[in-house]
Every structure is written in structure tokens, then in C-alpha cells.
Design a protein around this ligand. Structure first.
Ligand code: ZN
Length: 258
């Protein structure tokens, strides 16, 4: 749990209600908390109006609000305001490099253009979905069910991502589709256009069931009649060869903010 005691506001704008604004001590506390949470490029910051610092504050705000584009948030921490509470929260979202990670029921296929960063909320939910998926596979007896193959999430500092309409705040993730033998493990060699004949439909249904059950999703985009009919996915153009998962924000578990 974090304890975050602030004398005044931090970030954009100016002083309000007679409280100080961007006191060096307050800026340092907010910066240190964001660095501790894994956010990048602000270790050096001492100025509350620093461009990168404001950017990270906005990214943090967007995640806590479940916004998939960096087009919301005021990059400002007011004493006892929502952002202050979120920074102190027990479940404050962090920022994490997904490259090189793997777990039960999931692994990395590949990341394009360095889209290998995401929120800790996303990572935690992928871990949960992987476990649940493996349990479903064990119970159902579906053979040759490969791990879920993670693809693009977000850039190192968030923001606009080449080749994607969203993927700006670490709450969107692409997953490749599972394939049948003999190509079950060729996740690293797949191209987008040759899924059809080799699509492991039974494994995909269990993956989407696991995602739906455990990941608290806002959407899973995937264009397939059967999946849509079962309420597992939603149609969206350009999503017939992968799943696109967007997660919802968590309910805040309060820390200590003063
Ligand atoms: Zn996507």
C-alpha cells in the first residue's frame, strides 16, 4: 500500500483554494510513486510542468478511467482528488514491459514496433486468463490446445501506436488465434492471412471463455459467427485474424492519501 501525503496540487494548471501548486516536495513524491509503479522517462523530473511528467500523469489517469486513447485527463493531482486517491490506491495501475514474460497458459508471439508495454492490470488479467484457460482445457479434454499468444499492447511511454486505432494506454491487447497440429507451436512464424484451414476452433472457444470470465473486458473483438452467437466476442472490422481485448478499469481499493 502506498501512503501519499501532499501539501498542494501537482501537475498542470495553477494553485487553487489557497493550496500550494507544484511544491518541489510534492512533485518529488508524485514522481517517485509513478516511477515505483513502472512509468517510464520521468526519473529526472523535478518540475511539475515537465512535458513527460504531464504525459505520464495523463496516461495514468486514462488507465484508471478505462480510456483506450490518450485523449482524456487533466494531468493534474489535486489534494484528495481522484488522481491523488488512485496514486495511493492499493491497486494503483502500474506500467510494465511484457517482453520476455510468459506464464501458465500464455506466452508472447511477437510485438510489432515495440508495442511491448502495458498496464499491470493487463498483465495480471492475462495471467489469470491463462490459468483459467488451462483449467478449462484439462476439464474439456481438448487436445493440442496451445497457450494464448500475446501480441501488441502499447508503446514504452504509451500514446499513438503505428498500425492500431487504439492501443494507447496499455488496456488493449491483441492475441493471435490458436492453430491445429502440425502448426500448433509455430506462433512465431504465422502470417495474418493463412489462419483459416489451421484454426483450432475448440481451443479458441476455451480461450475466449477464459478471457470473458477472468479479464473484466469491455470488448473482445473477433469476427466469427459462432463466437459472437455465444456472446464471447463482438464484431469489429479488421478483427478476423486475431482477438483484440480491451479491459475495464478496476474498482479502487483505497490506500492512504493525506
Ligand atoms: Zn488490436
Amino acid at each position: 500500500m502506498a501512503i501519499l501525503r501532499l501539501k498542494g496540487s501537482v501537475g498542470s494548471g495553477s494553485a487553487k483554494k489557497g493550496l500550494p501548486h507544484n511544491e518541489p516536495e510534492d512533485v518529488t513524491k508524485v514522481r517517485n510513486r509513478l516511477v515505483e509503479l513502472g512509468f517510464q522517462g520521468i526519473d529526472h523530473v523535478t518540475d511539475g510542468k515537465d512535458k513527460e511528467f504531464l504525459h505520464v500523469l495523463q496516461l495514468f489517469q486514462c488507465i484508471t478511467k478505462g480510456k483506450h486513447k490518450l485523449d482524456w485527463g487533466d494531468s493534474r493531482v489535486d489534494v484528495h482528488g481522484t488522481t491523488h486517491k488512485w496514486l495511493a490506491a492499493q491497486n494503483a495501475p502500474g506500467w510494465v514491459h511484457l517482453e520476455g514474460k510468459s506464464g501458465i497458459g500464455w506466452q508472447i508471439a511477437e510485438f510489432d514496433h515495440g508495442n511491448s508495454w502495458g498496464s499491470t492490470w493487463m498483465l495480471q488479467r492475462v495471467q489469470l486468463a491463462g490459468l483459467y484457460y488451462r483449467a478449462l482445457v484439462a476439464v474439456s479434454g481438448v487436445a493440442d490446445a496451445p497457450s494464448m499468444w500475446i501480441r501488441d499492447c502499447a508503446k514504452k511511454r504509451g500514446g499513438k501506436t503505428r498500425g492500431h486505432g487504439s492501443h494507447q494506454t496499455g488496456i488493449d491487447l491483441d492475441m493471435r488465434l490458436p492453430l491445429l497440429p502440425p502448426d500448433t507451436n509455430k506462433y512465431d512464424q504465422l502470417k495474418g492471412h493463412d489462419y483459416d484451414a489451421r484454426f483450432h476452433r475448440a481451443a479458441a472457444l476455451l480461450q475466449c471463455e477464459a478471457i470473458k470470465t477472468t479479464m473484466n473486458t469491455r470488448f473482445v473483438f473477433f469476427n466469427d459467427k459462432e463466437f459472437k452467437g455465444k456472446g464471447l466476442t463482438t464484431n469489429q472490422k479488421n478483427h478476423s485474424e486475431h482477438y483484440h481485448i480491451r479491459i475495464r478499469a478496476e474498482e479502487r481499493v483505497e490506500g492512504v492519501y493525506m
